[in-house]
Ligand binder design. Sequence first.
Ligand SMILES: [Zn+2]
Length: 394
Amino acid sequence: MDKKTLAFQYVDMHKKEMIQLWEKMVCIDSSMGNKIGQTVIGQLCQTMLQKNGFVVKKIPYTKCGSAIIAERGNMKNPFILLMGHMDTVLTTYLYEGTPFTICEGKAYGSGVLDMKGGLVVLFFLIQALSAIGWDEIPMKIILDADEESNHLYSNVHDVIIKEAAGALCAFNFETGFTDHGLVVQRNGCRNFSIEVYGRSCHMGNDPENGCSAVIEMAHKIIEIEKLTDPSKHWWLNTGVISGGTVANSKPAYCKAIINLHYAKQEDLISVRKSVNTICNTVWISGTRTVWKEDVGYDVMKRTDGNIQLLRMAKRIAQENGFPIPYGKHCGGGSDAAYAVMANVPTLCAMGVEGARNHTNEEWADVNSLFIRTKQIIAMIVRLKGEFGTKYENS
Ligand SMILES: [Zn+2]
């Protein structure tokens, strides 16, 4: 029997264990801000990686769980990079008493899709490959616990760029889509926080002795939103605004948070410049504006390498009767951007398929847990002969 068939058998024989691990992971609350929970799931991942022969190193952070870098094999050779994040947006406590449920082929719970299901795929494909004695290509795993907060509390993006360098290819086990699309390109995103300081005055006694921070902000918002340009994939949105105290006093303060999604990394510089010009323009004299750029995700660039890997994924899916993927351009950011920045052909959204992540209606298709595990196993056992030239040249 060939190695792929043996590994598929392993998956078929361990479906119960896969679901059990899924439940165990979902029941650990590793939501944003919960460093203790993120540490607990990190320890679970560390133990499983060590059991499978990986050497694990951890990078600790003050305000979030450690990042995990695990290696197996001779890392001087090109390696396969498997990536994921262990944190979730929502807490498991939303689901009183039943953090994980399965009903009519769908699993529900915080992070069930984004992306604890993907972590189960990652761990069981490693286990299946270990069980059949496959060790043809070295492997590296990068897991972080600060993805959902856009790496606010860590330098994980730099860690990924550094650790990914030299990889033959990368798979990121992010949220999969029910249309079977695999992500080859992602937009970048940034938030801009703008604060306007004006001067308040009593509108009955002293109406001319103030300057409105709200009106100044209104001018700025209209100009900034005008930067939206669908032809360039520039999307700007004033998502949050607050200001003023009472209706009969001119507002002395106003704050707005503006979100930008953009498709080309170099465009960030142009948008930044325009936002800066608008923030430095004064419509209401006497007001003062400060602005800053918050953390965000860089663009996952569509590269020839990503497309080559996608072609292989399609071919493997066809041969094995799995749903045929297509190359998806996704609006939201992910850690895959940083693997691509390290010149590594990358496919993202390789995790379980489902929808409604980041909400309490998050669900994942249970069957996709097994199909995705097999899909990636089938790709990995064929990589050496079929993908890229790096490995053959080394
Ligand atoms: Zn995610």
